[in-house]
Design a protein around this ligand. Structure first.
Ligand code: FEO
Length: 391
């Protein structure tokens, strides 16, 4: 990608990673991603906002070929997809200094071995004049690590937000053109990266609401030239009120759990409850995370493997516990051959979830009439709980 002009003396640089399919060796990236870098050339000083993943440092360096001087590199966030090429940039511009938050300073030393004297830490709200342009640094912790901050360019009302509001999409679009596509990618990103910090993000949203923002320029995905689109989406995602939705991740080995899942999904649907059903043997775990953003109830479906839940189910339950969704209710539908502690073990795995446990359904062998009655009862309870929640 060649540098692209956003406004006079403000350029979009960075790399589009079309082929990356996994982030942190955990998060699926079905649409690739990008590492956006912004160059702001003031009348006196030039600043680079973030860098790229170290694997793509050569792309950034080639974009900087004709840039004679960089005075500062702002590191909003130490994770290596944004900070990893800082040592390369410092090598090219030996007089440049790295600007970061007070927490970021130590992290850059730890993770990138940048010498301490090369780093300047700024306080929350501190400003930096580039001559005719002014940067204001705003601390926004936990989007996505504790040191994260964003930069507000005062004269142009642009918020450079790094991970905050980002979306993992590889695209040549500089601005959002397909809101549906970006909405899903940004929601996936929020679910996997931001959701555990919902309450802190509320404070960050409050903080940035004090600024007039004409454009949000994140470090992943296209720029928002209509920022209300993503701000409104975040307001919805961080709210405490879940929707009339059940998310049902499950595994079936010989058909018993699958039969229960199908029955329960039909019973819930008949009662006006929306259900997202995920067979964990084949599902994209990111899709599951997206549905956890809104769901009021999580129902886990599992067969019994050596007395406990199927290991794929244990993984999904562990993930849900880490992501801390806003769900208010949870239950388990399980099957077994001769003995099971699957329900107790699953209940022990979700200490982070503030959920009321609804009576589980445990079936020996293939489900029969009494088991279907129990599933009807569970569907009744879920529908009732959802109704009460919305009253
Ligand atoms: Fe895009 Fe938390 O790094």
């Amino acid at each position: 990608m060649m540098p692209r002009k956003i406004k006079e003396n403000i350029l979009l640089m960075g790399a589009i990673d079309w082929n990356r399919r996994l982030f942190d060796s955990l998060i699926p990236l079905p649409d690739g991603t990008s590492y956006n870098v912004y160059l702001i050339q003031g009348s006196e000083k030039t600043v680079l906002l973030d860098t790229v993943d170290p694997a793509m440092a050569d792309v950034l360096l080639s974009q900087l070929k004709k840039v004679e001087k960089v005075d500062f590199v702002v590191s909003h966030h130490t994770e290596q997809d944004h900070s990893g090429a800082i040592p390369h940039v410092l090598e090219k511009y030996p007089d440049a200094k790295v600007i970061t938050s007070s927490k970021g300073k130590g992290m850059i030393i730890d993770h990138l071995c940048v010498p301490e004297e090369k780093i300047v830490s700024v306080e929350d709200g501190e400003e930096l004049s580039l001559g005719d342009k002014t940067l204001k640094f705003i601390y926004t912790p936990w989007v996505h690590w504790p040191e994260t901050m964003v930069t507000y360019l005062k004269e142009d009302n642009i918020l450079f937000s790094c991970d905050f509001f980002g979306s993992h999409i590889a695209t040549t679009d500089m601005y959002v053109t397909d809101e549906g596509l970006v909405y899903e990618a940004a929601k996936r990103y929020f679910a996997e990266i931001m959701m555990p910090f919902r309450n802190i993000i509320k404070k960050n949203m409050q903080k940035i609401s004090e600024y007039e923002i004409n454009m949000i320029a994140p470090s992943h995905g296209p720029i928002y030239d209509k920022p209300d689109f993503i701000i409104n989406a975040y307001v919805d995602w961080i709210s405490d009120t879940p929707k009339n939705i059940v998310v049902l991740p499950y595994i079936s080995m010989h058909g018993s759990t699958e039969k229960m899942v199908r029955y329960l999904v039909a019973a819930l649907s008949k009662r006006g409850v929306k259900v997202h059903q995920f067979d964990l043997a084949v599902t994209d775990i990111g899709k599951l995370a997206i549905t956890l953003v809104d769901a009021a109830t999580i129902v886990i479906g599992t067969p019994t493997v050596h007395v406990g839940p199927h290991p794929n189910v244990a993984y999904a339950v562990k993930l849900a516990n880490v992501l801390k969704p806003k769900a208010k209710f949870a239950s388990v539908i399980a099957s077994y051959g001769w003995g099971s502690k699957a329900i107790e073990q699953i209940a022990d795995m979700i200490p982070n979830l503030k959920v009321e446990i609804l009576e589980p359904v445990l079936v020996k062998g293939y489900p029969r009439e009494n088991d279907f009655k129990a599933l009807e009862k569970l569907a009744d309870t879920i529908a009732e709980k959802h109704k009460e929640m919305n009253e």
